[in-house]
Design a protein around this ligand. Sequence first.
Ligand code: HSE
Length: 315
Amino acid sequence: MKNSQIKIFCPATIANISCGFDVLGVALDSVGDEMIVKKVPQKGIFITKITGQNLPLETSKNVAGVAGTALLKASDYTGGFEIEIHKHIKPGSGIGSSAASSAGAVWAMNHLLGNPFNTTELVQFAMEGERLASEVAHADNVAPALFGGFTLVRSYAPLDIIDIPSPSELFATIIHPQIEVKTSDSRKILKTKISMATGIKQWGNVGGLIAGLFKEDYDLIGRSLVDHIVEPIRSILIPGFEGVKKASLDAGALGCGISGSGPSIFTFSKGRETAYKVGEAMKGVYQKIGIDYDVHVSKINIKGIKEIRKRTEDR
Ligand code: HSE
């Protein structure tokens, strides 16, 4: 049985992180999917089981199937893989549901083949899953899922991913109001041109955020969590966004923004206690409006996808 099957945890991720549309992302620890991937002699990718969500089993319509097929095409392995997906991340929630499945499939397959591909190559394969899910092969969710921690896509062509250190006391709080926003729809409403003045403000913040992460300067991280380009447009799709932002900052969050393409809203805090306090403040806003929600508090997952060897609680 050894080496022919693996069970993995595939983390949820926050993409964009306010100022870094399509280039910045971070992996979470407290929420993610589980997958079981098994080598089989028949050539091809076979999705044998999906629990938790009603998603297609057909390989060409499933993001794990498509990402896995991309890896298989590039590999000289003549067999195939069976994949079971246990979804805990809701599609359309803004915390990287399609990325978890795409990245998980290629990570597990690569592991079972003896790691013939490097992590950047795995990102490239997983991006094919993202292309199926959102019509654009963005890497800002799959890169942190595969590398762990914070990642920067410095360039898409050629693909150049930089992993960025994670300050040890940084915690994320995410609230997912129970509405669905499709990434493909929330990309269509964005402007395709920005002014020089806006660009200057935005890249100042991207640089500030990266410097803050390297220097473990929590204040600088907070000051840099500002998005002049995407948030003003997309926040219109998220009821209660401004209220959640204000409540979280008042409760001590370093900063607050839209997670990926929404509707989830993320905050970063220094310390677990503040992160939970911020979560309570965020909940209060949706309780008043009368929208159901899920809340996740998580430390930064610096490993990304992980093998599950024992009980899930031991992760
Ligand atoms: N960068 C992508 C977007 C992330 O904002 O459309 C989607 O999760």
